[in-house]
Design a protein around this ligand. Structure first.
Ligand SMILES: [Zn+2]
Length: 347
């Protein structure tokens, strides 16, 4: 098969297209012909070896957001017949600890990720445990499933599990053009929230308005929190969905209503932020971390997408495998709105 293999850390040039023998599924595993693989910021962190949370097993085929068709099964894998169209969940874990038992595998001490700790989806084929495969509705294309999978799961967990969104609340989504941002807008609207979003450019703010947000705010302008306060009649925001981190944090906290929550799943602008603890207790605000989501939540977002109940992800571009480095560079520039995908079957 053709695959992008990374044998060392470094710039986009370390992503090399090579020919490799097709992998074969072991007991309990399936072989998936990759229909689409999304390109994510984590892929870039893994390539550059930044961030301490994820250690790559080199040489490595990157890519953890994968949808495709089961073409072979290993020993002991029963009726999940070949021909099934599936999304491949990226989490690997012990399956036995208290976190695994409640389905929150990202909290497991033995947590591993497809495309990080084992070969992922920047390839014509990928192998995964059968329990990591989720069947797709006929209506869901591989592209939509790969583009949605991890970011809709992340946003769902942030909004409903960690952020405890209630009907009628006001949600502010940071970085509307990002994968998680777009997913959070779709899911918060589905839940009946009033949704505001921030974005760095006029074009992205326009796209956010088209996606149904009530107001789109320029977060590169200092003091944007007071604009948010004005837009909410002085009340502020109940729930902020953020992964911008350091640069946006002070204004985000100011934009919160009393008893507001800010849920954070990333720190793309930097990881160090100051918090006034008097502000924290006097206004009873909560700063909440979130990572990934549960299998049940993944099942739920794929069902909602399949039934057309939530808006699908915006897709910026679909590129062939040999343009993987270019795809990652496009993501780094932040010029995109929506998801960047690879189609490993394209010439
Ligand atoms: Zn576990």
């Amino acid at each position: 098969m053709r695959a992008i293999v990374m044998s060392e850390h470094g710039g986009p040039g370390v992503l090399r297209l090579v020919d490799r023998p097709d992998p074969s599924p072991a007991a309990g595993e399936v072989l998936v012909r990759v229909g689409a693989a999304a390109v994510n910021r984590l892929d870039i962190w893994v390539r550059e070896n930044v961030g301490h949370a994820y250690e790559a097993n080199l040489p490595l085929i990157p890519g953890y957001d994968v949808a495709g068709e089961i073409v072979a099964v290993g020993e002991g894998v029963t009726p999940v017949a070949t021909g099934d169209r599936v999304y491949v969940h990226c989490d690997f874990s012990c399956g036995r600890c208290e976190y695994c038992l409640e389905g929150d595998e990202a909290a497991c001490a033995q947590y591993g990720v497809l495309g990080v700790s084992r070969d992922g989806g920047y390839a014509e084929y990928v192998v995964a445990p059968v329990r990591n495969t989720f069947s797709l509705a006929e209506s869901l294309s591989f592209e939509t499933a790969a583009a949605a999978g991890s970011v809709y799961l992340t946003a769902y967990h942030m909004l409903f599990s960690r952020g405890a969104l209630r009907p009628g609340e006001t949600v502010l989504v940071a970085a509307a053009g990002s994968g998680v941002g777009g997913a959070a807008i779709a899911l918060a609207r589905f839940a009946g929230a009033s949704v505001l979003a921030t974005a760095s450019t006029e074009a992205k703010r326009q796209r956010a308005l088209e996606a149904g947000v009530e107001h789109a705010i320029d977060y590169t302008q200092p003091g944007w929190a007071s604009e948010v306060r004005d837009l909410t009649g002085g009340r502020g925001i109940d729930l902020i969905i953020d992964h911008v981190g350091e640069s946006a944090f002070p204004d985000a906290v100011k934009a919160l209503a009393s008893k507001g929550r800010i849920v954070i799943c990333g720190a793309s602008s930097g990881a160090q932020a100051k918090l006034d603890l008097i502000d924290l207790f006097a206004r009873q605000i909560s700063v909440i971390g979130s990572s990934d989501g549960t299998r049940r939540e993944l099942w739920e977002v794929l069902r909602l997408l399949g039934e057309g109940q939530i808006d699908p992800p915006a897709i910026e571009m679909v590129l062939p495998l040999q343009r993987a480095a270019e795809a990652q560079e496009l993501l780094s520039t932040r010029a995109h709105f929506g998801r960047v995908l690879l189609d490993p079957q394209a010439a």
